[in-house]
Design a protein around this ligand. Sequence first.
Ligand SMILES: [Mg+2]
Ligand SMILES: [Zn+2]
Length: 187
Amino acid sequence: MNKKKAVFLDRDGTIVVHEPYVSSPNQLKLLPNVAEGIRLFKEHGYLAIVVTNQSGVARGLFSEERLMLIHKKLMSMLKDEGVDLDDIYYCPHHREGIIEQYRLECDCRKPKPKMLLDAAKKHNIDLTQSLMVGDSVEFDMQTGKNAGCTSILIKNGCADDTNSNSISGIDYVVRDLLEAARIFTKS
Ligand SMILES: [Mg+2]
Ligand SMILES: [Zn+2]
C-alpha cells in the first residue's frame, strides 16, 4: 500500500488564536484562512493531523477530560466549515508539572518527534513527504526537522520567537495556513 503524506499542524497560534493555556472550549477562535488552508491540503491528498503540547494538564490548569472537550469543539468548529481533521495528538506532560501522573520528561513533548512518529505508524505516513506547520521555531520547526518533515513557519505574531527566520531548520515562512497550502498544492 502506498504511503500517505500528511500536514502536521500545531494548534495554538497556528489553527486557533494563541491564548496562554486555553482551558475552555469557549476560548477557541479559529485564525483567518485556517479552514480554507486545511481543506486545500486535504483536497490534494494530505492527512491533516494536529500535534500539540498541552502542558497545562501537567501544570494543573485543566484536566485531560477538559482538553478532550476542547478538541471535540475544535473538530466541530472545523466541521462547520466543511473540514475534518484526521487525528489529534497531544502531550499533557511537563517535567515541572504539579500533577504527579503527568510530571515527567516524556518522549512526546515537541520538539521531540514522537507524536509524528506515532501518527506515521498508525496512518501509514511517509514523513519525508510530509509537512510540519507551526508558529514556534523552538518547538514546531525543530520537531519537523527531528521527524524528517519539511518545516513551515507561520509568522503571524502569535509566538514570541517568530523573528528568528534565519535559524536553520525552517524551510518556508508563510503568513497563514492557506498560503502554506497554496505553495504545496500549487493552487
Ligand atoms: Mg503554537
Ligand atoms: Zn508528553
